[in-house]
Each structure stands twice: as C-alpha cells, then as structure tokens.
Design a protein around this ligand. Structure first.
Ligand SMILES: Cc1cc2nc3c(=O)[nH]c(=O)nc-3n(C[C@H](O)[C@H](O)[C@H](O)COP(=O)(O)O)c2cc1C
Length: 182
C-alpha cells in the first residue's frame, strides 16, 4: 500500500492500458471501495455494472462524441448508476463512489479514467445515458453518471508538480476577491 500523500500526488488519469486482465482479487477490492463509499443518509442509491467483454467495451467507447474512445482499450469498465428516487443527492453519492474506486485502483498500481456520461451526447446526439441504458438493459429509473475505465497501465504519467498548485483558490477566513484570476 502506498502512503496516502504519495497516492494523491501520483494518481493521474490513465487512458492507455495493456491487454493483461485485472486479477479477481483486485476487482473485488475496487468494488468493495465503491460499496463502502459514504452516501448521504446511508441511502446507498448506487448500482454498478461490470463490463469486461471486448465487444461491449467497443460499443461503450462510442457513448460520447469526445472522451470515451479510451474505453475500447480498457480491460474493465464499471458503469456507475444511481437512483434519484432513493436520494436527492445521488450525483454526489455516485461521484464519491467513482473516485473511491479510482483511488483504490491507484493504490493497487492499476490505471483508471473517469468517463463522464451524465449530460453528454453521442455522435448522433443521443443522450449518452440513454445509449448506455439501451446497451446494458438498465432500468429507466436509474441514471448513468459515469463509466470508470480500469486496466493495467500502458503509459507513464508524471506525478503532480506541487509547485503548480492553485493556492489562490484557497481563501482564509473569508473570500478574497483579489485572489480571483479567471
Ligand atoms: C467529472 C469528471 C469527468 C471526466 N470526464 C472525462 C471524460 O469523459 N473523458 C476523459 O478522458 N477524461 C475525463 N475525466 C478525467 C479528467 O480529464 C482528468 O481528471 C483531468 O484532466 C485531470 O487529469 P488527471 O486525472 O490526470 O490528474 C473526467 C474527470 C472528472 C472528475
């Protein structure tokens, strides 16, 4: 296990993966991190669909005009769903589950990338969530937030440069308008 500070500095989105599949134990740990995510009122409005089938990954990679092609090269996609009838803050709950899985993956040395689905569209201007709902038989009451693509890393990304952190976005005591740059 990495130390947490190191984990945060080295986590970068991975968009190129090797063909080597993840081990069952690794997948289990990633899913455990989602199922242990904090959720408002413990309503746990999320559901997760795992896809490893190459043909289905190819189809999922067409879910958006831009930014989803990388799914075709991953070895595991976790589609993060949530039920708005169970929680008014389902977006937050599902987002937290998404990042928890990414952090657990990074701790295992596995690469991942968040692919945004909610509020996005396919090439044919179909809502990306409807496109995925149809592909995977997802019930209408469930919203599709994201696809998290996982796989063994086939690219090296540099860690964060702490010299470049946007400290001007941090306000002490009260908001300082002079720190607003953009
Ligand atoms: C809400 C959200 C949506 C994102 N959507 C996409 C996406 O659709 N496609 C993609 O390639 N990356 C996506 N990303 C990854 C970001 O582009 C990436 O986190 C950002 O550029 C910072 O780079 P880093 O993760 O390597 O630090 C998304 C990240 C977040 C948090």
């Amino acid at each position: 296990m990495k130390d947490f500070k190191q984990l945060i500095i080295t986590r970068r989105s991975t968009r190129k993966f090797t063909d080597e599949p993840l081990e069952a134990g690794q997948v289990e740990l990633i899913l455990k991190s989602a199922l242990m995510s904090p959720a408002s009122k413990s309503s746990n409005p999320w559901q997760f669909v795992l896809v490893e089938d190459k043909e289905m990954l190819e189809k999922l990679s067409l879910a958006k005009k831009h930014g989803s092609k990388l799914i075709a090269g991953c070895t595991l996609a976790v589609i993060v769903l949530a039920d708005p009838t169970r929680s008014d803050v389902w977006i937050e709950d599902a987002s937290i589950a998404s990042i928890m899985m990414q952090l657990q993956a990074e701790d295992l040395g596995i690469g991942s990338c968040w692919v945004q689905i909610r509020e996005r569209f396919t090439d044919a201007d179909t809502p990306s969530d409807d496109y995925i709902r149809n592909l995977l038989d997802i019930p209408a009451q469930l919203q599709v937030l994201s696809v998290i693509a996982f796989g063994n890393k086939a690219q090296d990304r540099p860690p964060f440069d702490e010299e470049k952190l946007q400290w001007e976005k941090v306000h002490v005591g009260k908001f300082n308008i002079n720190q607003l740059i953009d």
